[in-house]
Design a protein around this ligand. Structure first.
Ligand code: ME8
Length: 645
């Protein structure tokens, strides 16, 4: 057993969601991700705290309530409870649910505002600016796309009024330094770069009030009762008010370890407004802002204002809560956008859950019943060693890869590590052929060793899957005869090899995840490849070949090059913070969105050239036929920058 280093408490927050419409899959994703992170950290046996809630003040809510002919508070009560009641149904176990209309929150907002005002960082002035009601914030011209808010695709309103301002600009240089000195402050790194690049231009001060003549639905400013607090200045403070800032024990225990999860739509408010507010208020900064991409439906972001949303409850009812949680965590590369479709859920369930995991589980249990009467056999370590019958090394590698990924919110990678081990176990069965060993009584010690290793591997998998699929994890443990012991969910215990007690009883299972039958499956047309000339090029020596530096790389950005019909400008991550730009002639075969997140093989030492005015620093390998290109990739993800031989 490897002793784990002493870990610190863990405090995780989601954005508090606006109550102007019902929850959809995007909200479910963030909140499930926070739940997964919370459960994973609980496995390290540290105190954890998980906060979510609703954001209830401001123009947007006042408008929505008016449309429903309700008072803002009645309206907020109704929608807030939809969020609050949804989470337990998705097996989300938050410790607290904050509402910005809670007295405890309003008091903290007033207190922090007074502190900053007394310090001299809030002043009164006239302002004219462009305001997006959807985002509840003023936009600078340079942030608009074709004069419109990039998220809501609407022109902002021009508003001119006297208001209170927070001297955000005074903290610009300090913020840039802080981000530079703390590489994990904003992650993944493309968002850190985005914020740093935004901060290259001068920051404006932040308008933090709304006159009551225009809006009354908000927290009254403690130093001027003719104004309410700007909704973002109010909302961001939920992360401290919920812990009982400033004196509560909870605040002292958890605040120093806070991790925020958000999507990229609210990057600037969290990466710029929030740290400068904390600094001005004399509150220590958060540890990391963990930023994920958007779930898209069709070509655009799934959003309540666009109306193209997927209902998390319907999906959960159709596919089951664990399969739904698994799909969300496995399919989205944390940080990048993902396209949602029901076909992709079905594919994940059938491939990963029914085939790879489910079949393995029922196969191993069925064999245990057939050969050992449904009991865990004993295994002789010498036999394991002599005949190479141990899975321990692969299991430990899986735990290490899983932990490294889960620690940095790369849930998709954590799951990929578990499923790599699952395929290893499936291969192990085929290689060791227990059915052959069972034919010869002299080979019984080997059969025992094989089965113990498989059962042990499944116990380990059941533990690693707990944060993502708590129900499945429990079902697996019940069938492996170990569910009574809460220790089985401690990472240290999960990692310890050979925990199953010989002689203990197993339970049969039909199917952990039944396959989903798709009635109309459209088979793709077979590709007709004609006119290919398979002429081989002249021979080269091994030395010639070894001059090539081939590396794995992950596509992090791709865009069309104007006026270049076939070219895409592709930015790849080569690991260890190295990025390259490649101009690739594959735009007829791939859209930029399809490429993002793909792992490719890069000729990394090709002399850079300029193509259509763009520097291309390498080449991406692809198969080419009459129909176009298919980019070469791997069946399992490998670390970016790994040499390809
Ligand atoms: O912005 N894909 O609330 P909000 C992925 N009240 N995640 C999505 C998503 C999508 N298509 N759509 C929404 C607010 N989300 C403020 C926050 S915090 C102090 C105040 C998720 O209801 C994602 O987490 O618009 C995103 O950041 C959040 O919902 C926005 O929720």
């Amino acid at each position: 057993m490897t002793a784990l280093t002493k870990e610190k408490p863990f405090y995780i927050t989601t954005p508090i969601y606006y109550v102007n419409a019902k929850p959809h899959l995007g909200h479910a994703y963030t909140t499930i991700a926070a739940d997964v992170a919370r459960r994973y950290h609980a496995m390290k046996n540290v105190p954890t705290y998980f906060l979510t809630g609703t954001d209830e003040h401001g123009d947007k809510i006042a408008e929505a309530a008016k449309n429903e002919q309700m008072s803002p508070k009645e309206y907020a009560d109704r929608i807030s409870s939809l969020f609050k009641d949804l989470w337990p149904q998705l097996d989300i176990r938050n410790d607290d649910f904050i509402r910005t209309t809670d007295e405890r929150h309003k008091n903290v907002v007033a207190q922090v505002l007074s502190n900053i005002y007394e310090k001299g960082d809030i002043y009164y002035s006239e302002y004219e600016g462009l305001y997006c009601v959807g985002c509840e914030r003023f936009y600078q011209e340079r942030e608009l796309v074709d004069g419109k808010c990039p998220d809501h695709l609407k022109e902002p309103q021009r508003i001119k009024e006297s208001n209170y301002f927070f001297k955000m600009s005074a903290y610009q240089d300090w913020l840039i330094d802080h981000i530079n000195q703390h590489p994990d402050f904003i992650r993944p790194k493309q968002y850190r770069n985005e914020v740093l690049s935004f901060l290259k231009e001068p920051l404006e001060d932040l308008c933090i009030s709304r006159p009551k003549t225009r809006l009354t639905w908000g927290i009254t400013l403690p130093f001027d009762d003719k104004f309410v607090t700007y909704v973002w200045f109010d909302a961001l403070l939920n992360y401290v008010s919920a812990l009982g800032f400033p004196d509560d024990e909870k605040f002292r225990t958890f605040w120093p370890h806070v991790q925020h999860i958000i999507a990229k739509d609210i990057l600037k408010t969290h990466a710029i407004y929030w740290p400068t507010m904390l600094k001005a208020a004399g509150i220590p900064l958060f540890q990391s802002l963990n930023v994920h991409g958007f779930w898209n439906m069709g070509d655009s972001k799934m959003s309540k204002s666009l109306g193209n949303v997927a209902n998390p409850l319907t999906l959960k009812d159709t596919y089951g809560v664990d399969a739904y949680r698994f799909f969300l965590m496995r399919d989205m590369v944390f940080g990048l956008d993902s396209n949602f479709s029901e076909e992709s859920i079905i594919q994940r369930i059938n491939t990963d859950l029914a085939n790879d995991l489910g079949n393995l589980f029922s196969r191993v249990l069925a064999m245990s019943f057939k050969y050992f009467d449904g009991r865990v056999p004993e295994s002789d370590p010498h036999v394991e060693e002599e005949f190479d019958l141990s899975l321990e090394k692969e299991a430990m590698d899986a735990v290490d890869d899983y932990s490294e990924s889960m620690d940095t919110f790369a849930f998709h990678k954590g799951l990929a590590a578990v499923f790599k081990f699952i395929s290893r176990m499936n291969k192990f069965i085929d290689e060791k052929a227990p059915w052959d060993l069972a034919k010869d009584p002299a080979l019984k010690p080997r059969l025992q060793a094989v089965m113990v290793n498989l059962l042990e591997g499944l116990r380990l998998v059941s533990g690693l899957l707990y944060p993502i699929m708590p129900g499945t994890s429990k079902t697996m443990q019940t069938h492996l005869g170990v569910d009574a012991d809460p220790d089985y969910y401690l990472l240290e215990h999960v990692r310890a090899w050979k925990q199953l007690v010989p002689g203990s009883e197993l339970k049969k299972i039909k199917a952990l995840f039944p396959r989903i039958e798709v009635k109309e499956s459209k088979q793709p047309e077979p590709v007709q490849v004609t006119g290919l000339k398979p002429e081989l090029k002249p021979e080269i020596t091994f030395d010639d070949f070894s001059k090539l530096d081939l590396r794995t790389a992950t596509v992090i950005h791709a865009e069309a090059i104007p006026k270049a019909e076939k070219l895409l400008k592709v930015t790849v991550d080569m690991g260890e913070g190295r990025e390259r730009t490649i101009v690739a002639g594959i735009s007829k075969s791939y859209s930029p969105e399809e490429l993002i997140g793909k792992q490719v093989i890069l000729v990394a030492n090709l002399k850079p050239v300029k193509l259509m005015g763009q520097l291309s620093e390498g080449m991406i390998l692809a198969a080419s036929d009459k129909k176009g290109f298919v980019v070469a990739s791997f069946d399992t993800k490998v670390k970016a920058g790994t040499p390809v031989k």
